[in-house]
Design a protein around this ligand. Structure first.
Ligand SMILES: CC(C)(COP(=O)(O)OP(=O)(O)OC[C@H]1O[C@@H](n2cnc3c(N)ncnc32)[C@H](O)[C@@H]1OP(=O)(O)O)[C@@H](O)C(=O)NCCC(=O)NCCS
Length: 228
């Protein structure tokens, strides 16, 4: 059961244990611990961050993209208020909406990513998100929601017109699928993707050169569920 709040064109998604919200400058300390951890970064597309400035650059990039708080989220642990991870579509190319996710190591194997992914996908496939992407939302809406409740949210088209910070690339499009690119050795990532029904679409060798040397990719895709 998730609670979705839309305010100023940004979404906050609350689950039993987590809050998904836009990236903010004060996430830097928690994010740097995560991006500096070798285990977390083993199969990431870049080496672990050794300097806070590297994480700041990454975080500034997250904050700057229009997807922030719309398609891309920081994961906050409710009891502590700490930022423990990220989940979302970061890229600006609507023809290739690639999901990326990570959690700080202390929080692995507790079902947190499954909890976050469940509500993120519900939100993503809901009318609610489609309307956000189309820039039609204004003001705050709340719903106590399963996906049915999300579907019941109505767009406030024609109201005072808060736009979504220039989601121009996604404007007028519905997100029909999400893609992912995983290192074939990254069992945890493959496990999460398969658990949520992502299907393998192909493989390629030597796609990324990272601190591990050349790495391969397994490509996945998840289609928007069909509603009859
Ligand atoms: C991938 C990651 C986010 C998983 O987070 P998590 O909260 O530990 O995952 P969950 O506990 O929610 O597990 C969800 C499902 O993923 C799978 N899974 C998780 N860890 C796994 C592992 N080590 N091996 C195999 N499957 C695993 C399982 O299917 C699990 O479902 P189940 O418990 O019903 O079997 C975490 O390991 C991580 O941050 N890794 C480093 C960053 C990274 O590689 N990100 C992915 C880039 S593509």
């Amino acid at each position: 059961m998730a609670l979705v709040t839309i305010k100023g064109g940004k979404a906050t998604i609350e689950t039993t244990r987590l809050i998904l919200r836009e990236a903010q400058e004060n996430d830097l300390e928690d994010m740097h611990k995560m991006f500096g951890d070798e285990e977390v970064m083993r199969y990431w597309s870049t080496a672990p961050h050794t300097k806070e400035a590297q994480t700041k650059k990454y975080l500034d990039g997250m904050i700057a993209v229009p997807c922030n708080g719309i398609l891309d989220f920081i994961i906050v642990l409710k009891p502590t208020g700490n930022s423990i991870g990220k989940l979302g579509i970061w890229c600006k190319d609507p023809s290739n909406p690639e999901v990326g996710f990570m959690l700080a190591r202390a929080h692995w194997n507790k079902g947190y990513m499954a909890e976050a992914m469940t509500v993120w996908l519900e939100y993503l496939w809901s009318t609610n998100c489609e309307q956000l992407v189309n820039g039609k939302y204004a003001g705050a809406h709340e719903c106590n929601g399963d996906s049915g409740a999300l579907d019941n949210l109505q767009a406030s088209e024609g109201s005072n017109g808060v736009q979504n910070g220039g989601m121009e690339t996604y404007r007028g499009r519905r997100i029909e699928r999400v893609v992912a690119d995983a290192d074939p050795r990254n069992e945890a990532c493959l496990g999460v993707l398969r658990k949520f029904g992502f299907k393998e679409t192909g493989r390629a060798e030597k796609t990324f050169e990272t601190h591990l040397g050349w790495c391969d990719s397994v490509y996945f895709e998840l289609q928007r569920p069909r509603t009859e």
